[in-house]
Design a protein around this ligand. Structure first.
Ligand SMILES: Cc1cc2nc3c(=O)[nH]c(=O)nc-3n(C[C@H](O)[C@H](O)[C@H](O)COP(=O)(O)OP(=O)(O)OC[C@H]3O[C@@H](n4cnc5c(N)ncnc54)[C@H](O)[C@@H]3O)c2cc1C
Length: 367
């Protein structure tokens, strides 16, 4: 029932707006409120914080329905920030921010990456210096999803001295409305995912209440990020499987409809074999992902399996979609065709959320 109602909402409310979202490099503020009303935001958060009261399975349904409709909407990042608040926020922080996030009135982003620190988060330079009851923040972040609309930024900043190592970082919740010294850059020009905004954020002597620290004490930011990154990586895997399945479905329709040498492309053995290979890969991905979701809900999904899901499923997505572009011929290179956009959109899946090379390092640690 949840999937059916979401599917109707996505097709009636979001699909018709896609070309406009792409042109303006992001969704409208209004769409967040609509998403909140439809139950699309934070379905896996307890109801007493305004969430849907479900499990990660509900979040997976949301991500799948969006991916099946070819929509990129930052609700996954909204969910990630909610997980940080749920795990480390004080009761006051949870009551203040989670209900408006679930209603779509408050859009959140997570800001870790900097021009000089991506995979190597220990290189973060953005600093938060304690000055009486406030933090004074200086630095910049890049590639931040939801940056344009975000009124709440979960910021990774250096609170300790250089010698503090991984204990030198903290997460600080920054409310950006009318905040002096805070600036959002123009949406970045990406290769794909044009309908989702990605920005740079700048902090110039930004003053934030000391009570916005996430967790009981400074110095836990790095450990908190390492603990919560699996949630984000699992979600990337969910999107990957749904996209691979969608690619097989739309390509199957295309090769049935289009003819060459007097017969449908589907009658060519190469077409059937390639699609059979793609369908098999997508199905293997689905079975692995369902297993990961079950184990995640049971609290028994290990870091190596999450890294395997992120790495393998996104590689699978890119392989399948690339093959499907080939089966579309020249039409597969025209952005008017969904498969062309999927090809451009999919590439980043192997990069963000921790690159696939970093995933392999994590898997190797379990050997
Ligand atoms: C569209 C988009 C949205 C994003 N959204 C967000 C967001 O909302 N919030 C946020 O904080 N960040 C976000 N990011 C940033 C993303 O997480 C980083 O781009 C990613 O972690 C890689 O960091 P980097 O770009 O600095 O690449 P680098 O770290 O410079 O990596 C470059 C290459 O070196 C390789 N490499 C690095 N270290 C190792 C290693 N130890 N072993 C082997 N190879 C290695 C990498 O795998 C990669 O191939 C987003 C990025 C994009 C493109």
């Amino acid at each position: 029932m949840f999937r059916r109602s979401l599917r109707r909402f996505v097709h009636e409310q979001f699909v018709p707006q896609q070309s406009r979202w792409r042109a303006q490099h992001g969704p409208d503020a209004r769409s967040w409120i609509d998403a909140g009303r439809a139950g699309l935001l934070l379905p896996d958060l307890p109801a007493n914080y305004g969430g849907g009261g479900g499990t990660y399975a509900h979040q997976a349904v949301v991500l799948e329905e969006l991916a099946q409709a070819g929509i990129h909407f930052g609700c996954s990042v909204q969910g990630v920030v909610a997980q940080y608040l749920r795990a480390y926020g004080s009761e006051e922080q949870k009551q203040k921010w989670l209900p408006p996030m679930a209603r779509g009135e408050l859009v959140a982003s997570i800001a870790m990456t900097e021009p000089g620190a991506g995979s190597d988060l220990l290189g973060i330079r953005t600093s938060a210096r304690r000055d009486g009851g406030v933090y004074v923040i200086n630095g910049s972040k890049t590639f931040i999803t939801n940056g344009q609309h975000a009124a709440l930024v979960c910021l990774a900043a250096r609170t300790g001295q250089g010698s503090a190592g991984s204990r030198g970082f903290s997460l600080i919740m920054v409310e950006t409305g009318d905040l002096g010294g805070y600036r959002v850059g123009k949406p970045l020009e990406k290769v794909g995912m044009h309908g989702q905004d990605t920005c740079e954020l700048f902090f110039d002597d930004v003053r934030v209440p000391g009570g916005n620290l996430l967790g009981a004490a400074e110095g836990n930011g790095f450990a908190q990020m390492m603990e919560q990154l699996p949630y984000e990586r699992l979600s990337i895997g969910v999107l990957a499987v749904a996209a691979a399945e969608r690619a097989v479905a739309i390509t199957t329709r295309h090769v049935r409809d289009r003819a060459a040498f007097g017969k449908p492309l589907m009658d060519l053995q190469n077409t059937r074999f390639k699609l059979a290979e793609c369908k098999t890969q997508a199905h293997i991905g689905r079975v692995f992902m369902d297993d990961c979701i079950e184990r995640f809900i049971a609290g028994s999904l290990d870091e190596a399996s999450t890294a395997m899901a992120k790495y393998w499923l996104t590689e699978c997505q890119c392989r399948v979609i690339d093959e499907c572009v080939q089966l579309h011929g020249g039409y597969g290179y025209m952005t008017e065709y969904p498969i062309a956009r999927m090809w451009a959109d999919s590439r980043v899946q192997r990069i963000y959320g921790g690159t696939n090379e970093v995933m392999k390092e994590l898997i190797a640690c379990s050997l």
